[in-house]
Design a protein around this ligand. Structure first.
Ligand code: SF4
Length: 483
């Protein structure tokens, strides 16, 4: 039985606060002071229980964070399928980010879909000494010769590019004029910022400066909408699109899962932009509103409760015909979702979860767990900002442990002491907890499953959580003679 299962809320809060203090004890004074600001327990006595966020990581502490290149190339630009993305610098960053984020895209590979490829300038010592601009020019020529259908080229800078004084902007300008093709320089060197987060911002700004508003003219239909910040992990964006189109809306753009260059150019030519991942794309959504008057709103397609809320909120922005269809969509799918809940809730009810993901899911997926009767007892982000925590905290139960940029040691210790029934986090965490005998689901890659968005996704989500928690494997962790 969990230590806190018989505790009152007050006792649970006190116990978890004590756990935090015990875990922090291991650090030297300076690190302890720093880390204490990033961890909180939700408590009615503190108004918001806000934790400090978006601050530099303490050195040597084993953060799970990535860099600006990961945020810009891995997250925002990489999924755009008809643009060739050059990882500009030495071979490592491109190689390690090659094909491991499951942003699915339709199209003929190598013809009009370059997502599964790695293009790199593969810097050598001579490029560091003499600069890489000439090499970049040559590569862009080669790319265009080999892949004549590429609609554009993006140059994603890795660390050395900004350190050796290369001028990729000037190369991009020249090449763009010569080839009559957008060539987009992105200054996402990994030393900028403190996490993936600045990479998102830099990537958004590059879309704003080089693509947005420069597409072929298009009439805006009365029901044209865009999905902003859905990277189509395991087909998520397709599952969301299906619902929106059944509601009578027309999804003309997706940013950037299964996205095209034209979608980025015409992102403002819609009646409404729906933003799923606020963290990675709020910048461009706000820009489209300020510059072109394109409204945007947030939505959440994880689990039937949030899907229903979102459908109604979205439909309310349109006319009665859309609301009518929206209600029919809910009527059609709710009984199916109810069947999923009837099947899985008895197997998952009251099970507890601890989450640690990037910039959206630590709050967005809470409702889907609650639909299955599960309780999130701990959650945290790698690279969220204050406004993300402000959106998160009201959605959490009192006593929930909240951790920002959690270290490997803290997460391991928190899990040991809070004893959740499931941990949902990334690949770097997965095997640590499985070796501890704990069910684990990857909440970035969906453990190669998915989609989890929409009505199509929820049954898969429920099945996956059940499969992890109720797997017979966990009964065989201890050798019979040591039980
Ligand atoms: S920090 Fe620099 S070297 Fe490391 S992955 Fe990011 S861009 Fe590449």
């Amino acid at each position: 039985m969990r230590e806190d299962s018989v505790m009152s809320t007050k006792e649970t809060i006190d116990f978890r606060k004590q756990v935090v203090e015990e875990v922090l004890e291991i650090y030297p004074e300076k690190a302890k002071k720093n880390r204490r600001q990033h961890i909180a327990v939700k408590d009615s006595e503190c108004a918001s229980c806000a934790v400090k966020s978006n601050a530099k990581t303490v050195p040597g502490i084993m953060t799970a964070r990535g860099c600006a290149y990961a945020g810009a190339k891995g997250v925002v630009w990489g999924p755009v399928k008809d643009i060739v993305h050059i990882s500009h610098g030495p071979v490592g960053c491109g190689y390690y980010s090659w094909g491991n984020r499951r942003n699915l895209a339709e199209g003929e590979i190598g013809v009009d879909n370059f997502v599964p490829f790695l293009f790199t300038s593969d810097f050598q010592e001579s490029d560091i000494i003499y600069g890489g601009d000439k090499k970049l020019e040559k590569i862009i020529h080669e790319v265009v010769d080999l892949f004549p259908n590429a609609k554009g080229v993006s140059v994603l800078s890795e660390c050395p590019v900004g350190l050796i004084g290369d001028d990729i902007e000037s190369v991009a300008r020249r090449m763009s004029e010569e080839l009559e093709l957008p060539v987009i320089p992105v200054r996402c060197e990994g030393f900028r910022g403190i996490s993936q987060s600045l990479g998102h911002h830099i990537a958004n700004d590059a879309i704003r400066d080089h693509l947005l508003g420069k597409g072929p003219a298009r009439e805006i239909g009365p029901y044209d909408i865009g999905i902003i910040g859905d990277y189509n992990i395991g087909g998520d964006a397709w599952a969301s699109k299906k619902i929106l189109e059944e509601m009578g809306l027309k999804v003309v753009n997706i940013w950037t899962g299964d996205s095209t260059m034209e979608m980025l150019q015409n992102g403002h030519l819609v009646k409404l932009n729906l933003i799923h991942c606020f963290r990675s794309m709020n910048y461009i959504a706000k820009h489209m509103e300020e510059t072109y008057g394109t409204p945007w709103m947030e939505f959440n397609f994880f689990g039937p409760t949030k899907i229903k809320e979102s459908i109604l909120k979205i439909a309310a922005q349109f006319d009665a015909s859309i609301m009518e269809k929206a209600l029919k969509v809910i009527e059609k799918y709710e009984p199916q979702m109810q069947k999923v809940i009837e099947k899985y809730r008895p197997r998952l009810d009251k099970k507890t979860v601890m989450l640690y993901v990037g910039g959206l899911r630590p709050r967005h997926i809470v409702g889907a767990y609650e639909d299955l009767g599960m309780e999130v007892i701990g959650t945290g982000y790698e690279f969220a900002h204050n406004e993300d925590y402000e959106k998160t905290i009201p959605a959490l139960k009192e006593g929930t442990l909240i951790y920002d940029d959690v270290t490997a040691l803290e997460l391991e210790e928190f899990v040991k002491k809070l004893k959740p029934d499931l941990v949902g986090s990334g690949i770097k965490e997965k095997y640590v907890f499985e070796k501890m005998g704990l069910p684990f689901r990857q909440m970035h890659s969906w453990d190669y499953s998915g989609p989890y968005h929409g009505y199509e996704g929820f049954p898969i989500f429920a099945k996956d959580m059940d499969m992890a928690i109720n797997s017979p494997t966990w009964k065989s962790i201890k050798a019979p003679w040591s039980k």
